[in-house]
Design a protein around this ligand. Structure first.
Ligand code: AMP
Ligand code: MG
Length: 281
């Protein structure tokens, strides 16, 4: 797992997309199951405490495994407190607003998780690679993104951004596999092959996006994603780590709330005599 240091230029070719030596699928899956339980409990505490929220941003090239990561991680969460949003080509209405408009309205409310399949980062990725707006416009966006994420963090949002890092060879295999298998052929999109021709431009755009927007309150995590089981583990582990840091403060808030509610209930009982001695009408 590679946490990108703020202010440092990332070089994706120097980061291996493969699992580290010695890591096995069995070990990773066992650990993932443990983390899943911890994640469920942390989510419950966060939901009750309502002082923080989580925004998980998943970015990556076509077939990098954004959907798979969401399926596995969201599968550990209580659906009551999570919403998943996919950001595709902007609609006419979205295009008539600033680029953050469609994203901001899906920012998580306190207590909740929002998981983004693509995000505001597309506006400095696909938009940059294909010149969809003028250079001087997308260049300004890094600063807007930094400010936006700072605003969310000030509101208590734990912002976590993932780049699912696959090799060019792995992408080719995945796209060809999709084509071969009747069950996955529906995912085929000739655009994925067209985008593949822009591999190096995307690399540059990703390196800039990651380097310019990595911050202590909104870190980027480059996830070695050639193996799906390792990818899932890295994403789960880093979310749990980020949430664990808040566990004590959430427990404290929950304890205080519990005490307050008990006192309120006791006061209400002594005033009304209702529910005394288990008598409930
Ligand atoms: P998929 O994630 O495979 O459903 O594809 C969604 C498509 O929407 C991708 O090709 C993205 O590049 C594209 N997309 C997402 N956001 C934007 C954006 N802001 N401007 C242009 N295209 C976008
Ligand atoms: Mg796609």
């Amino acid at each position: 797992m590679v946490y990108q240091e703020p202010g440092e230029k990332v070089r994706l070719e120097r980061i291996s997309p493969d699992p580290p030596k010695g890591m096995t699928k069995e070990r990773a899956q066992r650990r993932f199951a443990e983390l899943g339980e911890e994640l469920f409990q942390l989510q419950d505490a966060m939901f009750g405490a309502k002082v923080n929220s989580v925004m998980v941003v998943l970015q990556g090239r076509d077939s990098a495994g954004k959907d798979g990561a969401i399926k596995h991680v969201a599968g550990c969460l209580n659906p009551r407190g999570v919403h998943v949003v996919s950001f595709g080509v902007p609609t006419a209405e979205e295009r008539e607003h600033d680029f953050l408009w469609r994203v901001h309205r899906h920012a998580p409310r306190l207590g909740e998780f929002a998981i983004f399949n693509r995000s505001h980062y597309e506006d400095v990725l696909v938009v940059r690679v294909h010149d969809l707006v003028q250079r001087k416009l997308w260049k300004e966006r890094y600063g807007h993104i930094v400010d936006f994420e700072e605003l969310l963090a000030e509101h208590g949002t734990i912002v976590l951004k993932y780049f699912l890092h696959i090799s060019k060879k792995e992408q080719k295999e995945r796209l060809l596999e999709r084509e071969r298998m009747a069950q996955t052929a529906w995912k085929l999109n000739s655009n994925d092959w067209k985008e593949r021709d822009h591999w190096d431009e995307y690399t540059e755009a990703y390196e800039d996006a990651i380097s310019k927007t990595a911050a202590p309150h909104a870190p980027w995590i480059v996830v070695p994603a050639n193996a799906k089981w390792y990818r899932n583990l890295v994403v789960a582990e880093s979310i749990v780590e980020a949430l664990r840091a808040h566990r004590k403060s959430w427990s404290k808030t929950l304890d205080e709330t519990g005490r307050k509610r008990r006192t309120e209930l006791a006061a209400w009982r002594s005033e009304h005599g209702e529910g005394k001695g288990g008598r409930v009408r």
